[in-house]
Ligand binder design. Structure first.
Ligand code: CA
Length: 228
């Protein structure tokens, strides 16, 4: 399985060294050189892991991490901090970073941390195959592309995460609370109504007849079930 890593870092030398090393280790690497670009990439495409520098032009690593978590992105984040940023490091972990490394760090150390995080994350989130089909719908889980009758369908990042979660748990009845917890992962989200709204959007886009869905079924009193 090819893991996609997003590297958000503004030191050109480090970007070069890191992306080179990651590619050699067999990772698919996407880079962003400032915080704004990094945040846009992180919230519009699926990544298995994000390496996030703390001090970035345009949007700080802390703000990126906080905003991603608030929007429900669960992608593991390793934060890179300078030696004198201990306070920020603690804050970083508080607002949802999974791990941190202090610069300068050993490349081997970073690789070990990445592997550990990916192992942890994929235990709950392994797509069985990268392209998944049901009805006239095709979902490319790696490229995060959805097509219906061969035509591309625009799905928001959250919709895609929800769809991916449903696919990973096909045939199982999933309660709204469970979906909220697993896909949004945030206790701050107000209500399970959020789940209903997103389910409705996905049905609108992917079901032949959204009022009588064939694939994403409502299980009355319990939740939802994906039946491809
Ligand atoms: Ca920096």
């Amino acid at each position: 399985m090819l893991y996609r890593i997003l590297l958000i870092e503004d030191e050109p030398g480090l970007v070069l060294t890191l992306s080179d090393k990651l590619a050699k280790e067999g990772y698919d690497v996407v880079t962003a050189l400032d915080g704004e670009e990094g945040f846009i990439r992180a919230s519009s495409q699926a990544f298995d892991l994000i390496i996030l520098d703390l001090m970035l032009p345009k949007k700080s690593g802390l703000n990126i991490c906080r905003d991603l978590r608030q929007q429900g992105f669960l992608t593991p984040v390793i934060m890179l901090t300078a030696r004198d940023q201990v306070v920020d490091k603690v804050l970083g972990l508080k607002i949802g970073a999974d791990d941190y490394l202090t610069k300068p760090f050993e490349m081997l150390e970073l690789m070990a941390r990445i592997e550990a995080l990916l192992r942890r994350a994929t235990r709950t989130f392994v797509p069985s195959q990268s392209v998944y089909k049901f009805g006239s719908v095709q979902v490319d889980l790696r490229k995060t592309v959805v097509t219906r009758n061969g035509e591309p369908v625009l799905v928001a990042a959250k919709e895609f995460q929800l769809l991916r979660y449903l696919i990973d748990h096909e045939g199982k009845t999933l309660s709204r609370e469970k979906i909220l917890q697993e896909v949004w992962g945030y206790t701050a989200i107000p209500s399970t109504r959020t789940v209903d709204v997103h389910i409705a959007w996905i049905r609108q886009k992917l079901e032949e007849d959204p009022r009588h869905p064939k694939f994403i079924i409502t299980v009355h009193g319990l939740g939802y079930k994906f039946t491809p």
